[in-house]
Design a protein around this ligand. Structure first.
Ligand SMILES: [Fe+2]
Length: 352
């Protein structure tokens, strides 16, 4: 954890992270813990007469003196290396070779050891969302989103590395599903969907005999399409019967699928995806609410400072993500602050 410091609200520099929830004298939440300080936040605090605030220093990549730009370049390089290795592993599987688990373990370790800046990881994930290489990038992306969730849930280093391996392997069973079903444009027939639904079982079969394969990984591969309310597959398991790692991977999997370009639909912006999660997750009971809220609360803060295109045709910058409505942030357009939770006819249509 970075050092905790006390600043006057007026003088706290950009980029520092609010350490505790800040309430008004009437008890309403003004700014939530973990919010990144910027001009909008300073003005908000001052308008509520908040004098002093506790903050954490900005995150710096550990084990290096890298600038954010260098951290991003390093992360992107590791990402490309990892994706290329995954490509070779998946192509090998397609021609009947055995799964190269040792190599997968090395990829996860290299990501964990070298990708120390969450900002750089999220920036990198935002940039690689094209449809062409989806089959390979999706494994890597799910592994990296799982790494972030694992860190936010404060899992141990060993648990996070196991989780990352499970993320890479979660869809390995799809290599046994005929390509014409996997790549079909348009809706699947019931019998085609029944075949797709077998990929967690195929995946388990493929990793079951690998010596020293961790049971958590086996369960995560088998259960990553199970849903809290029992509507998932292959077994329709509910809540406590679903493995914890599978619950994490299911959220990482859904987030990457929705925010990636795909052959039959356009990618959603992260904010549209938050809306889908608010509907499906917290309302619909598909995902573990504790894991989902931890994920949404943390990742939404990393989009502060992002440039966005509005449906009005104007370009703005996200300045605040209110914890009660993360799908509708406050955006600064020119000199005006637009609160999308109030102005419901305005929305973000693209991340720039
Ligand atoms: Fe899957």
């Amino acid at each position: 954890m970075n050092k905790k410091l006390i600043f006057s609200a007026l003088r706290c520099p950009d980029g520092y992270m609010i350490a505790d929830d800040i309430f008004s004298k009437y008890g309403t939440l003004i700014v939530a813990k973990d919010t990144i300080v910027n001009e909008f936040i300073r003005q908000k605090l001052i308008s509520f007469n908040v004098d002093r605030i506790a903050v954490f220093e900005p995150e710096l990549p550990k084990n290096s003196n890298n600038s954010p730009k260098e951290a991003f370049a390093d992360t992107k390089r590791k990402y490309s290396e990892g994706t290329n290795s995954i490509k070779v592993i998946i192509k090998d599987l397609a021609v009947g070779n055995k799964l190269d688990y040792e190599n997968i373990n090395e990829i996860s370790n290299s990501f964990y050891e070298n990708m120390n800046s969450n900002f750089a990881v999220i920036d990198c994930l935002n940039q690689v969302k094209s449809a062409d290489e989806y089959i390979y990038t999706h494994c890597v992306n799910v592994s990296l989103y799982s790494m972030l969730i694992g860190k936010w849930l404060k899992l141990s280093e060993n648990e996070i590395k196991i989780l990352m391996n499970a993320g890479i392997l979660h869809d390995v069973g799809k290599s046994k599903v005929p390509a014409e079903i996997l790549n079909k444009r348009g809706p699947l027939t019931e019998s085609e969907f029944d075949i797709i639904k077998k990929h967690p079982l195929y995946g388990l079969e493929m990793i079951n005999d690998i010596p020293d394969m961790n049971d958590e990984i086996k369960n995560a591969v088998l259960m990553h399409h199970e849903r809290e309310n029992g509507t998932g597959y292959p077994y329709g398991l509910k809540g406590a019967n679903i493995s914890y790692f599978a619950k994490i991977i299911s959220i990482a999997d859904a987030f990457d699928a929705m925010t990636s370009e795909c052959v039959y639909r356009h990618r959603l912006t992260p904010f549209e995806t938050f809306r889908e999660f608010e509907k499906a997750g917290i309302g619909g009971g598909y995902y573990d609410p504790d894991i989902l809220l931890t994920f949404l609360h943390n990742i939404s803060q990393y989009y502060i400072g992002s440039k966005v295109m509005m449906n009005t045709g104007k370009v703005g910058e996200v300045v605040y993500v209110p914890p009660h409505c993360i799908s509708r942030p406050v955006v600064r357009v020119e000199d005006e602050y637009i609160d999308l939770s109030i102005q419901k006819n305005i929305k973000i249509v693209e991340m720039l």
